[in-house]
Ligand binder design. Structure first.
Ligand code: F6R
Length: 611
């Protein structure tokens, strides 16, 4: 969704801001803009479309300045257009702001500004309301920070706002409430951004700004204040990723790079949690026997791909720890008055840690007394900060909108979490744990091997890319993976795909099977293999074209399916980490054949910070 970059220092602000915005392109956006303070005036350039359009608009204009802000906008209030693009200014054009989030009472505020104060609005955005409010308060404030502070008192909603003033050229003022904001700490240069990847090239240290805090950023000084404007000391956060982590490194797309990174990221997620003697060390998780013994119910709540990781998590926790688990889509959980109390463990799964629905569901569970555990990728994100226990996935930056390595590391974390619960509660023997861990540790190498020999998927995609619809079926854990396979395909190739538990087919969906209908059938679970063979037989009888996914050695399915993709052999419980990968690759190559914008699919954003 929207991205923010701000710079104040000795260098040319334009270069840093355009570069930072480029790094945030992956989040999804439809217009971009920049504002700098230049010779006592605000100079703004903004354009609908990509950053290339903005660069063309800027052309040879050096926009020479040491202070500026930039934005990539994902339209919410008002269509994507030059006028609605950020930055926005007050009437006198003495201040400029960029904003992520939504101002809920903007209509009310806009009415007052237009009717009582006769202010003329240029755009349809809620953001312009903020700019006019700050502009108004500037008239009787000593400083930009005073005016920004007063404006925040009028606003309801979620925001990260970054402001500059023509009258105070060496300063950026930023505030946040429920939208991420970080300050990058350089030498004689400081930075503001909505996301760390924008700053990886420039800084190794950050301040993570908390809710309701304001930050004043100058070239040599950064000051943070709480909501009562009292100064705050903040510990510096060290960035361990290098700048390459957010580069394509020779791959055609980030998605492909991230698919190929999975053996490494899964290995990292496991080995970080093992001590020298092979015992689990659950960093960030303080759940001991007495905590776990109190838990009567677990909710796993998430959105999209992270929700699909939760479906696997339910299976694992119920199997290893024998605690009942419900998995909910966050946007539903928060509006259905779920039964939650202090014997509930709420597990949020989120790559970005900023998904608003997940965050609000978490808050709802917290209000009702649940203990909050989160499985998160982005360090210091809102979900992480608001949780009692945090289990980081350590996948590194995931740039492609379609989630791949974040998903498989979420799965890895769910394995470790479920094993930890089972062991701590004494519901799992040491022997079982040891042999399961041994097999889990072999998965990254098996995956590497598979990826090195996966050319057939590209060939298959070349043959099948032209379908209008695709079905994904499976049973047990395979059913959870078929949901993820289906989502991956539809989001990047725009093919209408649909996943269903194979046993449910006969209760309606089989009516859609026709000669040539493409079905991806997952059949990796030994104890359900024969049942899947029957399901495949039923759809074959209606003429479906079946591509099956099975474990090496399970060849009986060749008699039924048109094509079989074999994944390396492993226990049933571990197949999700392997079986999802050919589905990711299939989606990737189908989307490529169809000429789709793979890393930035239309209408989608990497981090969904609105409802
Ligand atoms: C799909 C995808 C989305 C996200 C969902 C939740 O590939 O990436 O479905 O999984 O928007 O996002 P996070 O995990 O950031 O909460």
């Amino acid at each position: 969704m929207c991205g923010i970059v701000g710079y104040v220092g000795r260098n040319n602000a334009k270069e840093v801001i355009l570069d930072g915005l480029t790094k945030l392109e992956y989040r999804g956006y439809d217009s971009a803009g920049i504002a700098v303070v230049q010779e006592g005036k605000i100079n703004i350039k903004k354009h609908v479309g990509g950053i290339e359009n903005l660069k063309n608009l800027i052309g040879k204009d050096p926009l020479k300045s040491h202070t500026g802000i930039g934005h990539t906008r994902w339209a919410t209030h008002g269509a994507p257009s030059d006028i609605n693009a950020h930055p926005h200014t007050d009437e006198d054009e003495t201040i400029a702001i960029v904003h992520n989030g939504i101002i809920e009472n903007y209509i009310e505020l806009k009415n007052v500004l237009t009717e009582k104060l006769n202010i003329k609005f240029k755009s349809e955005t809620d953001t312009e309301v903020i700019a006019h409010l700050i502009g108004l308060y500037m008239k009787d404030s000593d400083t930009l920070e005073d005016a920004v502070y007063k404006a925040t008192l009028d606003m309801r909603g979620a925001y990260a706002i970054v402001a500059i003033s023509a009258k105070d050229p060496d300063k950026i003022v930023a505030v946040r409430k429920d939208a991420p904001l970080v300050v990058g700490l350089g030498k004689g240069s400081n930075y503001v951004a909505s996301d760390i990847p924008a700053l990886l090239k420039y800084v190794k240290k950050l301040y993570l700004i908390e809710n309701n805090e304001m930050v004043i950023v100058r070239p040599d000084k950064v000051e943070i204040f709480d909501e009562n404007r009292r100064p705050i000391e903040r510990e510096e956060f060290n960035i361990t990723w290098d700048a390459d982590a957010a580069e394509k490194e020779g791959y055609e797309h980030f998605m492909l790079k991230e698919i190929y990174e999975q053996p490494k990221s899964i290995r990292e997620a496991i080995t970080r949690r093992l001590d020298e003697s092979g015992k689990l060390k659950m960093d960030g998780i303080a759940l001991d026997y007495s905590d776990l013994n109190k838990i009567r119910k677990i909710y796993i709540v998430a959105c999209g791909t992270a929700y699909h990781a939760g479906l696997v998590g339910k299976y694992l926790i119920e199997k290893f720890a024998k605690i009942p688990v419900e998995v909910d889509v966050a946007s539903e959980f928060r509006y259905r008055d779920p039964i939650v109390d202090d014997s509930t463990l709420f597990i949020a799964i989120s790559q970005s840690g900023e998904t608003l629905d997940t965050l609000e569901a978490l808050r709802e569970a917290k209000r009702k007394g649940a203990r909050i555990l989160s499985v998160v990728n982005v360090v210091g994100s809102s979900v992480a900060r608001e949780s009692d226990d945090v289990f980081y996935t350590w996948a590194g930056p995931e740039i492609a909108v379609a989630s791949t390595k974040a998903y498989t590391t979420q799965l890895t974390c769910m394995y470790l979490l479920a094993l930890h619960m089972g062991l701590t509660l004494g519901r799992l023997t040491e022997e079982y744990f040891n042999s399961f861990m041994e097999e889990l540790l072999e998965i990254p190498a098996k995956l590497e091997d598979y990826l090195n020999n996966s050319k057939e998927i590209e060939e298959l995609a070349k043959k099948l890319y032209n379908r209008d619809q695709v079905f994904f079926i499976g049973r047990g854990l395979d059913s959870a993976i078929s949901y993820e396979g289906s989502l991956k395909l539809k989001e990047i190739s725009y093919i209408n795909s649909f996943a269903i538990a194979a046993g449910e087919l006969k209760h309606g969906t089989i009516a859609l099977m026709e000669p040539g209908t493409l079905v991806l059938a997952l059949a990796t679970q030994d104890f359900l293999y024969e049942k899947m063979l029957s399901n495949v037989q039923e759809i074959k009888a209606r003429g479906a074209y079946v591509v099956a996914v099975a474990k090496e050695g399970n060849e009986a399915i060749e008699a039924q399916a048109n094509h079989v993709i074999y994944i390396p052999n492993c226990s049933d419980g571990l197949t999700p980490l392997l079986s999802v990968v050919p589905l990711q690759l299939f989606s990737y190559y189908v989307a490529k054949e169809r000429g789709c914008n793979i890393d930035k699919p239309k209408n989608l954003a990497k981090s969904v910070t609105v409802e």
